[in-house]
Each structure stands twice: as C-alpha cells, then as structure tokens.
Write a protein that binds this ligand. Sequence first.
Ligand code: PMP
Length: 438
Amino acid sequence: RSWWDHVTPAPKDPINAVTEAFLADPCPYKINLGVGAYRDDDGKPVVLQCVREAEGKIAATNFLESTCAAISSKLVEESAKLVYGEDSDVIKEGRFAGVQALSGTGACRLFAEFQRRFYPDSRIYMPDPTWSNHHNIWRDAQVPIRTFHYYHPDSKGLNFVALMDDVKNAPNGSFFLLHPCAHNPTGVDPSDEQWQEISSLFKVKNHFPFFDMAYQGFASGDLERDARAIRIFLDDGHLIGCAQSFAKNMALYGHRVGCLSLLCDDKIQAVAIKSQLQQIASTIYGSPPIHGMLAVSKILSDPDIKAIWLKEVKVYFSSFSFLFHSLFTSIFIITCIRTIGLMHLLIISTCYKDMATRVQRMRATLKEALEKLGSPLNWQPITNQVGMFCFSGLTPDEVDRLAKEFHVYMTYDGRISMAGVTTKNVDYLASAIHEVTA
Ligand code: PMP
C-alpha cells in the first residue's frame, strides 16, 4: 500500500479545463474565449508601455533580499489612493490597515482567514453567480458561504429586487462580498442609484461590505469612475474592506501584485489589524515577491509613468481605424496630422493599447454581427454588460456544440471573455453562435 492511494485527482478548475481543451484542438481557426487575461487584436498578450518604463527605472534596484518595508508601504499607500481617493482623509490619517498581497486571489484569501479568526461564527454572502474561486477561497478558510441573488437570466441584467430582499433578510452584521465594477462573470453592475440604495440598506442592517476589485478601469476605462461604488459606501460612513489586483489593469498576471486594505475607525486599530494580517501572511508564504511590487510602486508613484498607465487603460487613439469611417473623424484626423505630423500621430496611436475601448468595440461588433445574421434573440445585453466578460446566456449544450463543431471554447456557464474576440474572428464567432442558437 502506498502513502498516497487515497489521494484522487482534484476536480478540474473550470477555466483551466477550457484552456486545456483549446490547446489540444489542432484547428487553425480555433478561438479561446475562456481566458480572463487581456489580449490585443492579434490575440497576443500585451506588455504595457508603463510597465516597460517602470522596469527600465527599477532595473538597477538592489532590493533582492526581502521586501523593503518602505517600498512595500509605498505600494500600499498608492493602491489605497485608488480605492479611497487621492486626497482622502483615510490616507492622510493612516486610518486603514493595508498589506501587499499575492494579487487579488491572495488578498481575498488573507481576508477570508482574517474573517474566520476574528469573526469565527460569521458567514460570507457572495453574489450568484460569482468568480468560481471565491467559493473555494472562503471554503478553504472554513467560512460558511451563502449566496445572494444578483443576475436575472431572463433580462440578462441585475435582479435588483431579489438582491435587496436577500440583503434585508440576512442576519444583521453579515459579511458581503461585492464586485465594485465589471462583475465577473456576468459583466452586470448596479447603477449608481442602485449602489446608493444597497449602501443605505447595508447601513440599516449593519452589514460589512468587502469589495473585490479585480478589474478597476475595465468597466469604464476610468479608474475613478470604476471606484464610484466604493466611494458611495465611504460617503455613507461604512467601514469597508477591499482586495485589489494589478493583474488585469496592468496586465501583470504572472507577477502576483495586489493589495488588501481594511478601513478602520482610527490609526490604533489600523496598526493592530495590519499586524494580524502580516502574521497570517507570514505563516502562508513569508513575504510577497518583490519585482512586480517595485514595478507597480513605480507606476503608481511616478506621475509621468502613472499618466501613461491611465492613458493605456483608456485612450482615444486606438479606435483610430474604426473611427476613420466617419467623415467627421476623417476631418479631425487630417487636422491632427497637419498640426502634429503624421509620424507623431502614428506613434501615439500604436503606443497606446487601449484595453477598455477595444473590449467595448468588440462588444458592439459582435452584437451587430449577430443581428445582421438575423438572430431572433436579444443580444442587447452584450453591449449593456461591462468589463472583460460577457454573460451570453448560452446553455451548456450550446457551449458544448460550439467547442465540438466550431472550435470555439468557453466556460459552461456561457461566459465569453471579450479579450479573446478580435476583428479577425468576430464574424466567424457570430455565425457559430447563431448556428447553435438558431
Ligand atoms: N477576483 C475576481 C472577481 C476575479 O475575476 C479574479 C481573476 N479572475 C480575481 C479576483 C483574482 O485575480 P488575480 O489573483 O489574478 O489577481
């Protein structure tokens, strides 16, 4: 008998399973719509210009032994500004406990552990559906999980009434996991007015909002706009928690840079909580990796590089070829060429890879292509939803047919990663979707 006979394979991660099936398919025109990482219009991963600039500046840094506390705290402070606001009193007064974390996943896991230690009888309420790993993270931290209504399959929008009912019916003082923008996997976000109502009800019920912000910038292309849900809660005087990831909005997936912050009543609380978070981290992975942290700190704290980053998340010129079709834009571009010169304009337009705009453009193109094919279904939700994903409403059978007959791969919940849709494959994708749904 071996020591390991009783160890059976773990269930496959639904997202990795899609990638495996995609890689095993030899078809030259196969499409991977499972991956949650940004791709450019040629389907290639992107290294942002801001990252290249920052890497150039940190290349000579000597901090290879362990995390330098001063730089790590710069990362934390700059990250916190993205959550709480550049000029927020929270930052000035040091009224938050923040730690560098292993990207968004690590930040969620740290918080789940913290929750179990200090609120051992609590549960976590998460939206239905949510990123599948949320369930695994809180389950492994042994925090009981409940779900609350979120998505309405018929309207392919928010089930606001049921959501509010669930918030109302949860025991007072419950922990809630919220996606502040670009909800994964549905791409459906509450409006500002709805967030306001949710926040007011949380106040009445004394619930704790924990925001998992993995896609700041992906909903609107504007980091401040995408933090508005959080700001609404802050204006209402809530204490909040927030997990941040720089995997998507800096395209730094492999570097695992993130941040966990908990808003506190005062600095004394903040010091205590930070020391507890650090202690939890120290027994799991010691200290976090340093290279990506240096790059992110540089991007956030160097005004010139930060400006490049903000433009890269949303920039005007990448919709260049698309906009060229309109007369107005042609005149505009000719004027620009006269003023700043063709070379300059071309450099600007190719330097900035506009993630949010490209995704929005692909949404519109996919919807139009389906409508042109005469699909009787309502594809409006494709453009109403925001962020990296589109919750298409395709059934598991339809998803299966797409893979087997059309070499198009996505998770069984019908989630399309818009990053995998390009100007070259969008028409083929639309006809494949039309075939399986007709
Ligand atoms: N939260 C949500 C909602 C996500 O979609 C993801 C990534 N898919 C994460 C957290 C974790 O991202 P990472 O650990 O790569 O930063």
